[in-house]
Design a protein around this ligand. Structure first.
Ligand SMILES: C[S@@+](CC[C@H](N)C(=O)[O-])C[C@H]1O[C@@H](n2cnc3c(N)ncnc32)[C@H](O)[C@@H]1O
Length: 156
């Protein structure tokens, strides 16, 4: 199952980008034997200032048809890492070819796109900057693959 991180805004080279690349390449390596991956990041940017609706149009184009769509939103469902891993495994086992995660920009995700999502995932009630949300998602994807592989990366 391919994994797409569809995000608003371009992230320049720097520590956040290095972490994302590292976690996603670890996810790809660990996930290969599990039928997970590869993961890719698609950055969209609306340069005309069209706001959330314009960003939503770009994000919809970035999400492959038939994807299981999970938006990231502080009002979404909070879950522990093993449950997140189970969610991903369940989509794979349902035969989904693609799972897409959407992270919004400074204004968040357009309500119409939010309503189209199959799931809303929260990293807690606090609002995080989008670049940190990307790093956290990349790490949780790697953690999920490690849990499913039975490797000792995740310890409670
Ligand atoms: C700076 S936040 C935007 C917050 C915006 N004020 C709003 O009302 O949604 C940018 C993006 O990061 C993600 N994000 C931020 N905090 C989050 C959290 N606690 N859980 C999940 N995603 C989060 C969301 O995708 C959000 O659209």
């Amino acid at each position: 199952m391919r994994v797409h991180l569809c995000v608003v805004g371009r992230l320049r080279a720097g520590p956040e980008r290095a972490l994302i690349d590292d976690y996603l390449s670890r996810f790809d390596k660990t996930g290969r034997a599990l039928g997970l991956g590869p993961a890719r990041v698609v950055e969209v940017e609306d340069k005309r200032g069209g706001g959330m609706a314009a960003e939503a149009a770009l994000l919809r184009r970035a999400v492959p048809d038939g994807s299981y769509l999970c938006i990231l939103d502080e009002r979404g469902r909070v879950m522990d890492s093993p449950t997140f891993a189970d969610e991903i495994a369940a989509r794979r086992d349902q035969g989904r070819g693609d799972m897409a995660f959407v992270i919004g920009g400074a204004d968040g995700i357009d309500p119409a796109l939010r309503a189209e999502a199959d799931m809303a995932l929260s990293f807690g009630a606090m609002v995080w900057p989008h670049m940190l949300a990307r790093v956290m998602l990349a790490e949780q994807l790697y953690r999920a693959a490690s849990i499913l592989a039975g490797s000792p990366y995740h310890r409670v």
